[in-house]
Design a protein around this ligand. Structure first.
Ligand SMILES: Cc1cc2nc3c(=O)[nH]c(=O)nc-3n(C[C@H](O)[C@H](O)[C@H](O)COP(=O)(O)OP(=O)(O)OC[C@H]3O[C@@H](n4cnc5c(N)ncnc54)[C@H](O)[C@@H]3O)c2cc1C
Ligand code: SF4
Ligand code: SF4
Ligand code: SF4
Length: 346
């Protein structure tokens, strides 16, 4: 297939980075065959003379992106007007059965349970996830996990941006052949864009794409250091869990502090305001909390996703409950998906 050989400066720098559309996914950095780009302060930076191969532009989810093309690629058709949160096969509410996972997970532990199950059954030999920095509490770090212990260490949401695609480079270095990928909607789009561009070297090992629901992510400096630490006096080392259920709930060793979302809106990353995908509409399986307590809302979208989910359910790794009891969560999913699409259109 022929494509435009356009330089980084004329494509991504000018149209994505300079315009504030860059989400900082790191995909361009990973795919540059000449290692011209480095990931600096959440953005790509040209550190060698660009060889004008055009590959980074083909892989970037914020450059020449069209939903119809992406949906046709993943599902063989475009969504219809009723499919408000994208194309799917099944909706479920689910929870992991493993007590160890339930202790560390965000909602129902389905992301961790599915990845741990796939690893245990040999369906994958690694997973691209988001771990936690050892130095900075709740600072997310892209992580290639190859053991159950490492998968469990990555459980739980970090509300700052984690460029998980960068850990794909590590997986390729280690010659992994079958991977699960967990990430935010923008990262699932990165992987789909690489697939559509035919960048086989990077995408061939990716077997399962597990997408998270995501309204926004926050700058670490703003949310954690400025607001929680300086303004509210929370000792970041004492935080055990952070979750958003109408408010941001910060669980420390001694209390649960409820922080109104309007207080922290100012720390939302600016590129998130241009994002129109709430529920990882192109993932194999999408997962979110949607106001549920200790259960995960699951959208099974593709055949691959269904095979993995059903295999885990049949093995007793997770339990499900009927959706009917949680209609509010479905309504919230429609509302938040709609809100994000409208926000971008504005
Ligand atoms: C930035 C962000 C915003 C979110 N906003 C919403 C929301 O508005 N509404 C909603 O319903 N759900 C939201 N979620 C999803 C929700 O927090 C849970 O991730 C989801 O319900 C799955 O829960 P679980 O218990 O199955 O996951 P777990 O089993 O706890 O696994 C969590 C997985 O998330 C990955 N992860 C953690 N932090 C990040 C990160 N920063 N970037 C990429 N991957 C990460 C880990 O690698 C882990 O595999 C958000 C998630 C993130 C990361
Ligand atoms: S991928 Fe190609 S166009 Fe992009 S920075 Fe590297 S050499 Fe330049
Ligand atoms: S690929 Fe990702 S990091 Fe690179 S310019 Fe595009 S959005 Fe930014
Ligand atoms: S709001 Fe969009 S751009 Fe921001 S982290 Fe979530 S998926 Fe990515």
């Amino acid at each position: 297939m022929s494509f435009a050989k356009v330089s980084f400066e004329d494509s991504l720098e000018k149209n994505v980075v300079a315009t504030g559309k860059c989400v900082g996914c790191g995909t361009c950095v990973v795919v540059c065959p000449f290692s011209c780009l480095e990931y600096v302060k959440g953005k790509p930076k040209l550190v060698e003379e660009c060889k004008v191969c055009g590959i980074c532009a083909r892989a970037c989810p914020r450059y020449e992106w069209t939903w119809s093309k992406a949906e046709n690629f993943v599902f063989g058709r475009e969504r219809n007007n009723e499919e408000k949160f994208g194309i799917y096969r099944k909706l479920l509410i689910a929870r992991a059965q493993d007590e160890e996972i339930l202790k560390v997970c965000q909602d129902g532990g389905i992301a961790t349970a599915l990845v741990a199950f796939a690893l245990e059954k040999g369906l994958i030999d690694g997973a691209v996830l988001s771990g936690k920095s050892r130095e900075k509490p709740f600072y997310p770090v892209p992580k290639l996990a190859t053991t159950r212990e490492e998968v469990l260490e990555c459980a739980g949401t970090k509300y700052s941006y984690s460029p998980n695609v960068l850990a794909l480079a590590e997986a390729l270095k280690q010659k992994k052949t079958s991977l699960a990928f967990v990430g935010t909607p923008c990262q699932i789009q990165s992987v789909r864009k690489m697939q559509m561009a035919g960048l086989k070297k990077y995408v061939a090992p990716l077997k399962f794409l597990i997408g998270l629901m995501c309204s926004e992510s926050f700058t670490y400096e703003g949310l954690m250091e400025k607001h929680l630490k300086q303004t509210l006096g929370i000792n970041l080392d004492e935080i055990e869990k952070m979750n958003i259920k109408g408010k941001m709930l910060v669980t420390t060793r001694s209390e649960v502090k409820a922080v109104p979302l309007k207080e922290i809106k100012q720390y939302v990353r600016s590129s998130c305001k241009l994002c129109d995908d709430f529920s990882s509409e192109l993932a194999d399986i999408s997962l979110g909390g949607l106001g549920l307590s200790d259960w995960t809302f699951v959208i099974v979208r593709t055949e691959k996703g269904e095979e993995l989910f059903e295999a885990a359910r049949n093995a007793g790794v997770l339990e499900t409950r009927p959706l009917e009891k949680d209609e509010f969560a479905l309504n919230l999913l429609v509302k938040l998906s709609d809100k994000k699409r409208k926000r971008k259109a504005e």
